[in-house]
Design a protein around this ligand. Sequence first.
Ligand SMILES: Cc1cc2nc3c(=O)[nH]c(=O)nc-3n(C[C@H](O)[C@H](O)[C@H](O)COP(=O)(O)OP(=O)(O)OC[C@H]3O[C@@H](n4cnc5c(N)ncnc54)[C@H](O)[C@@H]3O)c2cc1C
Length: 412
Amino acid sequence: MRPDFDVVIAGGGLAGAATAALLATAAATAALRIVVLEPARPQRPLPGEPLDLRVSMLSRSSQRLLEQSGAWPAVAARGAADCQRMVIWDERGSPRGSGALSFDAADCGEPDLGHLVENRTAQAALLDCAEAAGVVILGAGLASLAPSPAAIRVTASDGRRIEAALLVGADGSGSVTRQLAGIATREHDYRQQAIVAHLGCELWHRDTAWQRFLAGGPLALLPLADGRVSLVWSAASAEAAALVALDDAEFSRRVTAASAGVLGRLEPTTSRRAFPLRLRQALRHAGERVVLVGDAAQTVHPLAGQGVNLGLQDVAALTDVLGAALAAGGDPGDPRVLRRYERWRRAATGPMILALDAIQRLFAGSDPLQSWLRRRGLGLVDATPGAKRLLVRHALGLAGEVPRSLQPARGG
Ligand SMILES: Cc1cc2nc3c(=O)[nH]c(=O)nc-3n(C[C@H](O)[C@H](O)[C@H](O)COP(=O)(O)OP(=O)(O)OC[C@H]3O[C@@H](n4cnc5c(N)ncnc54)[C@H](O)[C@@H]3O)c2cc1C
């Protein structure tokens, strides 16, 4: 008997919402019958509602995915700040001296280095697009699963039972899907928390993402469309908790000093939140009639702003692989199809995860020799335009095997 749905997606965060929207709108997969289980669906913010604290720097390939799915206009209308430059420097260096690394979109032959967007707007817009294209969205979570050679049966937290050919686990870092499918993880606790807040700044941010590597962790100031900056400050857990608890005046003093005054005085305009940071990498991207996408597959340090972007590349690769399987008359949950997805994503995410982890370790600590090496390294890369262009193409998701569903000719 044919299962109720072809694909059931556990989780409607950015990765799950994008999976539903792209599968439902890409020509090769539009015929799939899809259901999303999401217990906490967000609403699109009303015009004039303050910007939420959770924002993400989306790469060009992530932007293409949103364009392809029809979600980009709603995201742009809410204010998607384009980032034109990036400046990275070590605590003992200076943002303008030798030993700083700067990227300029124009010098790298790119229109921009990414856009800073509000997570809940992107998530809500993707879910709306998916729903408009026929996807069913249920307000319940995944509670159990039982795969068989012919289908996978899942039970939702409201007791509903659904049978599908394939389960996509997009339920975030603590993925229930991953645990129920018996997929183990490699983990490292950074013992850091990332403090986020939006700050007013005395000097114009110049459409630039500023990142200073401090002994306790990186501090980033990302440009918002309204002239403020979004702070992501990673610090040892105890220090982060103390920073969150400070009053506004003292926090302003501390964050201005920690950013070396690069944008003059910084003033908090929102509350502050801290997120614990941990590397978590699933040892497999696929199991029996199950695949993982997004943070369920890999959760990385936010120092390079790559978490959502890696997740959306998972989604695009899965769409390509399922599209090819359907064109050949195949079953979307066939183990050979899922192995192809797994091979592709492991080859693409493995080196990126290693690199992010290595950068985090190299840039932590206040040893003077290590700091000198960091400044030399940043300066050397800065003086090598070819290396800078390559790094930018990687960060924008334009290097390596770009999924067909994200190639420009098919987008828009
Ligand atoms: C401080 C900080 C800054 C960051 N900045 C950036 C950035 O600039 N750029 C970038 O690319 N990345 C960034 N990231 C990473 C990014 O936020 C994550 O990679 C991304 O949000 C993960 O999306 P996801 O959909 O995979 O998971 P989640 O956002 O965790 O979504 C999971 C969804 O699953 C649902 N769910 C949970 N349990 C169940 C269940 N049992 N059944 C069904 N559904 C369930 C949840 O309600 C949720 O909606 C940052 C992260 C942090 C902490």
